[in-house]
Write a protein that binds this ligand. Structure first.
Ligand code: NOJ
Length: 491
């Protein structure tokens, strides 16, 4: 019996210099929520208020304890052999009220700056071990003081964010060369300000996401320009913004209406941020006309989608040095008319989205359906839509439920398939993908899911005050991939 050669696994070697990383975010791992002068952020407030908005009212007051256990994290990073480590700065650890008017400094004689020291040590240790830091300025943890003043709902935050960004570039940019301004503004705008599931916890259907996304895009662009004009020449780094996107397929592949619906979801989820930033400074035309028409029907005096001025468009256009994408799962879309004028952003584009029931869930109750091939399609979409940019994937992951077995064979199979899809994207589709990071280095505080979703390559025993880190099987397998700069698989 003859076997086709394609069923035999072969070495799929990645291009030389390909980056293999893992990611975390400050609030999810650090703990030390009020240590050494740190100011409260919106998640501190939200979790302390209780009210069953977070799984078992859990908090990240302690989380993985990374604020004091950095050395333990570093051991994991070294054991994996990561080329890159992505982490975020806690804005209110550096600037307790979010403004540069007050920098967190302990003692008043020699200006020993606690937050700064913590991140300096991380950056220095990474570099000393040959690991490239990728630093996110803001990962969902807005200083509470800024939220109290209206947060992302106000245009004033654009300047405040820029001042914070400049402070970080100035303080760490001699060593940090890869910056992400805002983590997943497209997710944050919807979960926090449209649905009210994330702090500040107030839903604003049909308006909250547009209003806050608008200010986030401007804040990002302004910070990019500050880097470009004030720091780039000397520091020679690069700045981008991290966008989350599902891959979306038509529910009925032969229905033109569903095909168009799937495209509209991509337009809303990804292009409404990426097109202004990477193409022309403005929102997609279809989104503008649909929101304007629906707003009119609903009796609004003007579109609920704000407009950029010509000057803002110029500022936003081209304000990223590489394309950062986060992928977890895919969805199906169906055209669904909104004849009643229902108010919410998906109704603006007249779609319903849902998973294909044949796609497996990562674990019962999870929103992650296992669709590794969706990432290849998404990468090709980005290549074709955004002029073949350099792409970094700074998040991709598979959560396990609680308890999570150390022998996470099913999860490793997901990563293996995903990495195989990346290889195809690079070699067959000629996508300019240069980095892949797993979310996450550690099991950590998964926002409203608390500690019930385990995304880590390392298990953290949250019941044990020492918070020991133990590698899952996936960590050991990932280390081999990194060492070989590739994986055994087939095309
Ligand atoms: C994206 C977010 O950036 C991260 O904070 C979160 O934990 C993962 N997705 C998993 O949901």
């Amino acid at each position: 019996m003859a076997f086709s050669s394609s069923s035999n696994p072969e070495e799929l070697t990645f291009p030389e210099g390909f980056g293999w990383g893992a990611s975390t975010a400050a609030y999810q791992v650090e703990g030390g929520w009020d240590a050494d002068g740190k100011g409260p952020n919106v998640w501190d407030t939200f979790t302390h208020q209780g009210g069953d908005r977070v799984f078992r009212n859990q908090t990240a007051d302690v989380a993985c304890g990374s604020y004091t256990l950095w050395e333990e994290d570093l051991k994991c990073i070294k054991q994996l052999g990561l080329t890159h480590y992505r982490f975020s700065l806690s804005w209110s650890r550096l600037l307790p009220d979010g403004t540069t008017g007050f920098i967190n400094q302990k003692g008043n004689c020699f200006l020993k700056i606690e937050g700064i020291d913590y991140y300096n040590k991380m950056i220095d240790d990474l570099l000393a071990n040959g690991v490239i830091p990728i630093v996110t300025l803001y990962h969902f943890d807005l200083p509470q003081h800024l939220e109290d003043q209206g947060g992302w709902k106000t245009g004033a935050i654009v300047e405040v964010f820029d001042a914070y960004a400049q402070f970080c570039f100035g303080t760490f940019g001699d060593r940090v060369k890869l910056w992400i301004t805002i983590n997943e503004p497209n997710v944050l705008a919807v979960l926090a300000y449209e649905k009210g599931l994330f702090p500040p916890g107030v839903p604003n259907l049909g308006t909250g996401a547009y209003q806050t996304a608008h200010n986030m895009i401007k804040a990002h662009a302004k910070a990019w320009h500050s880097y470009d004009s004030l720091f780039r020449k000397k520091q020679n780094g690069q700045v981008s913004i991290a966008l989350f996107s599902p891959w979306v397929e038509p529910s009925n592949p032969t229905s033109i209406a569903d095909q168009e619906a799937a495209k509209r979801v991509m337009t809303m989820a990804l292009d409404s941020f990426a097109k202004p930033i990477f193409i022309d400074g403005d929102y997609p035309a279809e989104l503008k006309s649909r929101v304007a028409a629906m707003s009119k029907k609903q009796g609004y005096p003007s579109s609920r989608l704000p407009e950029f001025t010509e000057e803002e468009k110029k500022m936003i256009k081209g304000s990223a040095d590489f394309f950062v994408i986060h992928y977890y799962t895919s969805a199906l879309a169906q055209h669904q008319e909104n004849s009643g004028g229902e108010l919410n952003i998906l109704k603006d584009i007249e779609v319903e989205i849902f998973p294909d029931p044949s796609w497996q869930v990562s674990h019962p109750g999870s929103w992650v359906r296992v669709v590794p091939w969706g990432l290849r399609k998404l990468l090709k979409y980005i290549k074709d839509t955004y002029n073949n940019p350099v792409i970094y994937i700074t998040e991709n992951g598979f959560p396990q439920g609680d308890p999570a077995p150390l022998d996470d064979t099913r999860r490793w199979e997901y990563f293996r398939q995903t990495i195989q899809e990346l290889y195809k994207a690079i070699h067959l589709d000629k996508v300019n993908l240069q980095l892949y990071c797993v979310w996450s280095l550690l099991d950590n505080f998964e926002w409203t899911e608390g500690y019930s979703f385990k995304f880590g390559l390392y298990q953290v025993d949250f019941e044990n005050p020492a918070l020991p880190r133990v590698p899952y099987k996936s960590a050991m397998e990932y280390a081999k991939v990194i060492q070989n700069n590739g994986i055994k698989g087939s095309l």
